[in-house]
Design a protein around this ligand. Structure first.
Ligand code: PMT
Length: 216
């Protein structure tokens, strides 16, 4: 099958020297790309800026901003059977990018932000994606309720619920602890494990769900 995976943070420029971003390292998404490749799938990895080496054998598409990630996904998603959105996309971007470095002056400085387009939320209706859709939910409270709501609202087949308030798990860690949220209100907690092991487990889980949906 053909897997599309998004990974990493986005950088939202403020001026030529500054940007807004988050703590995503890209490790989870890159591990997913490697695991899908390892399982014999063709992989497109659309990645925000990270310090990680490009995984071997994948179609690698580097992007910087949420808008660029949106456009890159919109351009290729239809050619894929599975889409996994593990990127930590900025929800807001500066309303204006200053052409010059903003100089220090007043004691307080307010930055006007505007909402970015929701890539996962656009997959079904705007992009017309009919394949297996996987979202992530990074939450610090009401983890399962928020993830189930996302699953429903965005018509996902699976949402990987990530409690990012737990130390040693989630953003930038080598390990992760997640709960798989499925249609029908079912949720399956997984033990804490390396992102490499979790990625292999998620790819196997997705393969099995698709096989069960399409019996020979
Ligand atoms: O990169 P690492 O350091 O390894 O960390 C991994 C991780 C914590 C980033 C990853 O496991 C994770 O939880 N990714 C989702 C992070 C996130 O931004 O979650 P969210 O709840 O804000 O977004 C929900 C979903 O919508 C995600 O699938 C996200 O990719 C997607 N999204 C969000 C905003 C937006 N504008 N477009 C989107 O598609």
């Amino acid at each position: 099958m053909r897997f599309l995976i998004t990974a990493g943070p986005t950088h939202e420029p403020i001026d030529p020297v500054r940007y807004l971003t988050n703590r995503s390292s890209g490790k989870m998404g890159y591990a997913l790309a490697a695991a899908a490749r390892e399982a014999g799938h063709a992989v497109t990895l659309i990645s925000g800026p990270t310090n990680l080496p490009q995984p071997a054998g994948v179609n690698f598409v580097p992007v910087e901003t949420a808008k660029q990630m949106f456009d890159a996904v919109a351009g290729v998603i239809q050619a894929h059977d599975v889409a996994v959105f593990s990127a930590a996309v900025a929800d807001y971007t500066p309303a204006e990018v200053s052409a010059d470095k903003i100089k220090k002056s007043a004691d307080q400085f307010a930055l006007a932000l505007e909402k970015t387009a929701d890539i996962l939320g656009s997959a079904r209706v705007q992009f017309g994606f009919g394949g297996f859709l996987v979202g992530f939910a990074a939450e610090t409270r009401n983890l399962i309720a928020e993830a189930q709501s996302k699953l429903h609202r965005k018509a996902c087949d699976l949402v990987v619920a990530n409690d990012v308030s737990k130390p040693g798990s989630g953003f930038d860690s080598d390990e992760n602890e997640v709960t798989l949220c499925l249609p029908g209100g079912r949720s399956v907690p997984l033990p804490k494990m390396s992102k490499t092991a979790l990625a292999a487990r998620l790819v196997k889980f997705i393969d099995e769900r698709i096989a069960a949906q399409n019996p020979r």
